[in-house]
Design a protein around this ligand. Structure first.
Ligand SMILES: [Mg+2]
Length: 381
């Protein structure tokens, strides 16, 4: 397979409501879509998103790095999907987000060539020998706004079937966060409820949070301290915490999965395409976590479109699990880039909701154009 043409669409899609995290407030999805057409006329799509505090990438840097990468690999002949990462790394160091964008678009075409879904293609490419139908993935919902709003949303969404939740903490001070967490956990008794600090706590506050009786009903606490902390701090936290510890900003691939597990400092992690460099590295990472009995959360960046949701879900369908849920973020967008946005059914995403061939979501060029960034223009290669 050879790339004939490629277009990069930098998008800025308003969110229904701003999402506040400890280090930033997100009002728009700053995300990049890639459309590749191969020499047989097949069209493949990829997506990657800005995440200054997770990957260091802005929309401008993603656009520039992905265009740079594509310019240097577009004349290659692609035959082995497992070589995509290696070949991309020969021309561009690091930059997992740009590489993921290109990998997903190429895999979309590879899967179409085989007339199969991307999760099924990813299974075979990763040596997972099963024809088993994947179980539906539980969708994790993020709560936000005032406490009254969070509780109203929790009750409404729970009635729709959602059972996995995330509360963002680290913004309001320890005591108020703990009171919020206790009040929300009370409403969501029996569900998987997590608190994500995005690394905002000091070690002392993280220990105080995790050992507080007000937090005792949480299922896990995500990234309580910043990734820059030394391993000794993660170990001290893990030893002190009665709650399972999840990591996100600290985990960018296999090396960290192994290093942090060998140091016995965590119980599970959040995997994102923007950190891992694509679906196949994502499947490898998820399999390594399964082997090590670490709990898996699959997550889109806040916020990405249905395309990234489908690509991220492909990892979960390939390995047939995501015990800590799938965080799709397209539901927070004012509008999506496809005619039938992915949406949970009874709190679950079923593989049958994805188109049976390829990545599973086909963007509409009309909607992609409507979502165009005012700051950055389309690049045609
Ligand atoms: Mg997180």
């Amino acid at each position: 397979m050879k790339i004939k043409t490629a277009q990069l669409y930098p998008l800025s899609i308003p969110l229904k409501a701003p999402i506040k995290m400890s280090g930033e407030t997100v009002t728009h999805a700053n995300t990049l879509l890639l459309r590749i057409v191969d020499s047989n006329g097949r069209e493949g799509w990829g997506e990657t998103s800005a995440a200054p505090l997770m990957t260091g990438e802005t929309l401008g840097s993603l656009l520039s790095n992905t265009a740079y990468l594509l310019n240097r690999i577009k004349d290659l002949e692609w035959s082995d999907p497992n070589e995509i990462g290696q070949l991309a790394s020969r021309v561009l160091y690091s930059n997992a987000s740009a590489k993921s964008c290109v990998e997903v678009a190429l895999l979309d075409i590879f899967a179409q060539e085989k007339q199969e879904s991307l999760f099924s293609f990813a299974r075979r490419a990763s040596g997972i020998n099963t024809q088993e139908k994947p179980e539906p993935l539980s969708i994790l919902r993020m709560l936000g706004g005032s406490l009254e709003q969070e509780i109203t949303d929790a009750i409404t969404l729970r009635a729709q079937g959602y059972r996995h939740w995330k509360i963002k903490v680290g913004l309001l001070g320890l005591h108020r966060d703990l009171e919020r967490v206790a009040a929300i956990c009370e409403v969501l008794e029996g569900d998987t409820v997590s608190a994500d600090a995005n690394g905002a706590f000091t070690l002392a506050d993280a220990v105080a949070f995790c050992t507080s009786p007000l937090a005792s009903k949480l299922s896990f606490v995500e990234q309580p301290i910043a990734s820059a902390h030394p391993m000794a701090d993660f170990l001290a936290l893990k030893k002190a915490s009665p709650l399972p510890v999840g990591l996100d900003e600290s985990i960018h691939g296999l090396n960290e999965i192994i290093e942090f597990d060998e140091s016995r400092v965590y119980d599970g992690a959040s995997l994102k395409l923007i950190k891992l460099g694509g679906i196949l590295p994502g499947v490898r990472a998820a399999l390594e976590m399964q082997k090590r009995k670490l709990k898996l959360n699959l997550a889109c960046k806040v916020a990405e479109t249905s395309l990234s949701a489908a690509a991220t879900a492909s990892i979960g369908f390939a390995v047939n699990e995501a015990a800590w849920g799938l965080s799709m973020s397209n539901e927070y967008l004012e509008f999506d880039i496809c005619d039938k946005p992915l949406a949970a059914r009874d709190g679950l995403l079923h593989f049958e909701q994805l188109s049976p061939i390829g990545v599973g979501v086909i963007p509409s060029l009309t909607l992609v154009k409507k979502a165009a960034s005012k700051e950055w223009g389309v690049i045609q290669l």
